[in-house]
Design a protein around this ligand. Sequence first.
Ligand code: IMP
Length: 367
Amino acid sequence: MIQLHDLHFKPFLSAQQISDAVNNLAYQINRDHKEDRPVFLGILNGSFMVMADLVRRFEGDCETAFIRTKSYEGTKSTGTIQLDMDLDISLEGRTVIIVENIVDTGLTVVSLSRKLKQHNPQHLKIATLFLKPEVYNRELEIDYVGQNIENKFVVGYGMDYNNLGRNLPELYVQAKQMKNIVLFGPPGAGKGTQAERLKEKYGLVHISTGDVFRYNIKNATELGKLAKTYIDKGNLVPDEVTINMLKAEVEKHPEAKGFIFDGFPRTEAQATALDGLLESKDTQVSGMVALEVDDEVLVERLLERGKSSGRADDANESVIRDRIKVYYNETAPLKDFYQKQNKYYGVDGVGSIDEITDRLSVEFDKL
Ligand code: IMP
């Protein structure tokens, strides 16, 4: 995964696959126009790479020229194109091949082609290395296509996102922009309450591994039965089983704007597995947000909760202190893991529920 400005991109086509597409384009043009001494007219900025590679594969004589257009702002077509028509070459009676790196809606090539017709070329052809057939408006036939690609925003090999990425020799595709947050908090920090509020506020799916385990075991799913064989023997459920349950849970929400992971990951191995799972869904962990509360405040809160909740594990001070210790032993390596990637966000967890939601929201907004 690479990052350009605020967006993440994942590998899409290798340099070899791009080269194959250029070969395909060159083959068709050589077949039809080897003897015609064509003018290859590259559309700037994006086509500089494909022009360089394409004309080197052209087997006859040719001329080259460039023209500049702009139709994209960020990752969206603006619907209008700006042309810079300072052509220092006469197209009258010539075979002109417009060279685009990518045709999306077709707005650029169609309007350019209309304008160039006024220069009376003998033949006017359109060649593009990549075409997005799902969005192409089909006002004109594209004569030569190197390769069709799906309707996704790509960068590399001349194509940019706000001017970055043109130099990449491979093609990358935009990864999904999701808020995937690993929420941490020691026992008594109010993580459950906050997760419920944040889930509503940001329209995220809250996955609590504890709930997922209970659900799978109660409904005797294959994974639940498997997990139970370990639990019944007093063993820890292996990461692989847990991650598979999580995967099934994530897959239940293909349209989710993001997830709050609660109770997972607990180890570095699980964090790596979570990265793998999210990467397979074209996304990644946005950050780990951890509620930070002083131990003494936690002990006090839990003892208070024990009085009304009747939860045995909340009633005894030494049990409470042990749980807090276990939490810090467990999470310290994970804090490191995410801190190294600049993905750790600590939030002061002392205050009213509203205050803490506000502080957490400041971090959620950034992610
Ligand atoms: P069209 O006018 O909608 O066909 O878009 C053509 C122009 O938009 C290309 O020359 C590119 O500069 C830009 N473009 C289209 N799709 C992409 C993309 O996926 N990544 C980067 N630029 C793109």
